[in-house]
Design a protein around this ligand. Structure first.
Ligand code: FAS
Ligand code: PHB
Length: 393
């Protein structure tokens, strides 16, 4: 016989989406159970996003987990685009009146876990065979096993926060689910190194050899990326090879300040644009990477997940207060913003990377767009208002 549990909202996934949702719902007394196939240490150990929109900062403040973010996060009023070593600063503050905060997803996840454990959140980690069922009933269930024992959770709603390779999206029938995808013909090789960043702001560089991004985690820890072949392995890239390529792609002006050293994290991420519609089926809601993926060029993945959770937490809180407007419109409202953020991430990826299929004409189009952005305040403002984050709705 399975062990039986009951809750108001069963959250599948303890990444940023699931953790933030459980924190925001808990603050209004809504009970949740959070499931993850991994454990806290593994989840916290994943190195991912680094740039937070103001909307994300606002959500973390509302959740009561922004103290360390305000103490350690780095506010950035701008960033640079570079083309074959020519640099142009996008002045976020002057163009939009806003800024972004550099604070790693790893730290956001740690802050959320600390808050959830302090609140005695019920977690089930290291689980298998997760199956959401009865999605159209008013008592959906989530079945799973843990250490060989069977469990079943009965709830009012299921939040599918289980990322791109989770099970929630797959629970939506094929004749209902529509997906849209573009897989890019390259990946990003990323490293972490305990050296001061090459510049005090981020630099996105397009070079004939490929894309490079100079980012950071603090004033003493840098996060750097270069475009690599989709088929590359980390073992193909020694630190020496990485540093040579990275300096070349940044250009001599920016690279003059580069301090190299031994990387202590090195990984390759594939790049894709992906959207699943709808983001609700019965009493199952999708949020974050379970519903969409963006190439990291626009620094949107984590921020888009947080935007979903701001909409979904409001919808559930209002529902329990007797107002079903937001729960009924969640999928449409979320997708309206998702597609606009997909567009920006696709546009910046198309501008900043070397595509094997590009002819000399396309490469001249890339340079012409870069020149237009540097000469037109309107073009720079369009980039800036997307980068700081579009309005929630
Ligand atoms: P997550 O994938 O973070 O979390 C999903 C959770 O669900 C995981 O903990 C997983 O263990 C769990 N899960 C999966 N299947 C399950 C199952 N069957 N049962 C139970 N639990 C299950 N975004 C940026 O903005 N900038 C970046 O530079 C950037 N770099 C990235 C690099 C990589 C390699 C990846 C994969 C993503 C990157 N992203 C980046 C995007 C990333 O930050 C995501 O947007 C963010 O993690 C989304 O959070 P979640 O929706 O919570 O999904
Ligand atoms: C990062 O710091 O990891 C980062 C920053 C900006 C991006 C992507 C990744 O666009």
């Amino acid at each position: 016989m399975p062990q039986r549990h009951k809750t108001q909202v069963c959250i599948i996934g303890a990444g940023p989406s699931g953790l933030l949702l459980s924190q925001l719902l808990a603050k209004t007394g809504i009970h949740t159970i959070v499931l993850d196939r991994k454990d806290r240490a593994y989840i916290e150990g994943r190195v991912r996003a680094g740039v937070l929109e103001q909307g994300t900062v606002d959500a973390l403040e509302q959740a009561g987990v922004a103290e360390r973010l305000h103490a350690e996060g780095l506010t950035h009023d701008g960033f640079e685009l570079a083309f074959d070593g020519v640099r142009h600063r996008i002045d976020l503050k002057a163009l939009t009146g806003s800024a972004v905060v550099v604070y790693g997803q790893t730290e956001v996840t740690k802050d959320l876990f600390d808050a959830r454990f302090a609140d005695n959140q019920q977690f089930f980690f290291n689980i298998d065979d997760v199956v959401p069922t009865e999605l159209k009933s008013d008592q959906p269930q989530v079945h799973f096993t843990q250490d060989g024992a069977q469990h079943v959770i009965t709830c009012d709603y299921i939040a599918g926060c289980d990322g791109f390779r989770g099970v929630s999206r797959a629970a939506i029938p094929n004749d209902v689910l529509k997906t849209f995808e573009r897989v890019y013909p390259f990946g990003w090789l990323g490293i972490l190194v305990d050296q001061p960043p090459v510049s005090h702001e981020l630099i996105y560089a397009n070079h004939a050899h490929g894309f490079a991004l100079a980012s950071m985690r603090s004033e003493t820890r840098s996060r750097y990326y270069i475009q690599c072949e989709a088929t590359d392995c980390v073992s193909d890239w020694s630190d020496d090879r990485f540093w040579e390529e990275f300096a070349t792609r940044l250009g001599p002006d920016a690279a003059a300040n580069l301090q190299t050293g031994a990387s202590f994290e090195k990984s390759i991420a594939p790049l894709r644009s992906f959207v699943a519609e709808p983001m609700r089926y019965g009493n199952l809601f999708l949020a974050g990477d379970a519903a969409h993926i963006v190439p990291p060029t626009g620094a949107k993945g984590l921020n888009l997940a947080v935007a979903d959770i701001r909409l979904l937490s409001r919808a559930l809180i209002e529902h329990y207060a007797g107002n079903d407007h937001y729960i009924d419109t969640y999928s449409e409202t979320a997708l309206n913003r998702v597609w606009k953020v997909e567009r920006f991430s696709w546009q910046l990826s198309t501008l900043m990377h070397q595509f094997p299929e590009n002819s000399p004409f396309e490469r001249r189009m890339q340079r012409a767009e870069f020149d237009y952005i540097t000469e037109s305040e309107a073009a720079s403002k369009a980039i800036a208002e997307n980068y700081i984050g579009l309005p929630l709705e």
